[in-house]
Design a protein around this ligand. Structure first.
Ligand SMILES: C[S@@+](CC[C@H](N)C(=O)[O-])C[C@H]1O[C@@H](n2cnc3c(N)ncnc32)[C@H](O)[C@@H]1O
Length: 222
């Protein structure tokens, strides 16, 4: 029996290569892991979560699809449950600052990690900057529309690359490809920035300056 998952997770799965050994941090019901094992070749997954409730649900799902050999369930904070053979970290469906915290303060656990796939709900510029500082570069990016929300997915691989402010803010690959969803995303960002500027008191000089700079960059791209 094949598992069906939502569009966001299906797109996320396209960022994982055949043969990957992944840790899915914050796996919740382990739907991504089950889908990956069923649809890609030679996937081994550690599905981990900091909470017992989601992990129990994950355990039931893994058993239902009889994938106990390919998927190991582990309770733990961030990448703590990682094992030596893991080459890929996947984190999706949480705020970007939390993702950065998980990776930045546990870097000693990332020695074998060649690929990091992130789909943050917020703070995307911060995520790009901080993961690049850890010695990774952006290898692929995409925006996904699911139930009216636009989600970014970013794949980082080991390596060094310099990025401009604009690339950190909007994504080097997204900027290059400029597809329709990206234009829609930027238009939304523009509206939100204008709205924020209209309510932010004049005394917040630095924040107002940053927002105006962002608005200028968006207008240039559009
Ligand atoms: C909204 S769910 C996202 C589930 C799934 N990854 C997705 O994209 O649909 C977030 C999950 O992350 C877990 N979580 C939050 N902080 C965590 C941490 N520091 N370490 C591991 N799991 C965490 C939560 O318990 C929750 O199950």
């Amino acid at each position: 029996m094949k598992l069906k998952i939502n569009h966001r997770l299906t797109e996320l799965a396209t960022f994982i290569e055949d043969g990957s050994h992944i840790i899915d941090v914050g796996c919740d019901h382990a739907l991504l892991d089950i889908y990956l094992v069923q649809n890609k070749k030679n996937i081994r997954a550690i599905a981990s979560d900091a909470k017992e409730g989601p992990l129990k649900q994950a355990q039931e799902n893994v058993k239902k699809y009889q994938l106990q050999k390919q998927i190991t369930l582990k309770l733990g904070n961030g990448v703590e449950p990682i094992e030596e053979d893991i080459d890929t970290v996947v984190i999706s469906g949480m705020g970007g600052a939390l993702m950065v915290g998980i990776l930045k303060y546990q870097t000693h656990l990332l020695k074998s990690v060649k690929t990091i796939v992130l789909s943050p709900n917020s703070d995307v510029e911060f995520v790009r900057r901080e993961i690049v500082k850890l010695g990774y570069m952006i290898d692929n990016e995409k925006l996904v529309l699911d139930h009216g929300f636009i989600y970014p997915i970013i794949r980082f691989v080991k390596g060094k690359k310099h990025y401009s402010k604009q690339e950190y803010l909007f994504g080097p690959i997204l900027l290059r490809e400029k597809d329709d969803l990206f234009i829609r995303y930027l238009t939304k960002q523009k509206e939100a920035t204008i709205q924020l500027l209209s309510i932010l008191p004049k005394k917040y000089l630095k924040k107002r300056y940053q927002l105006k700079q962002k608005l200028k960059m968006i207008t240039e791209i559009l």
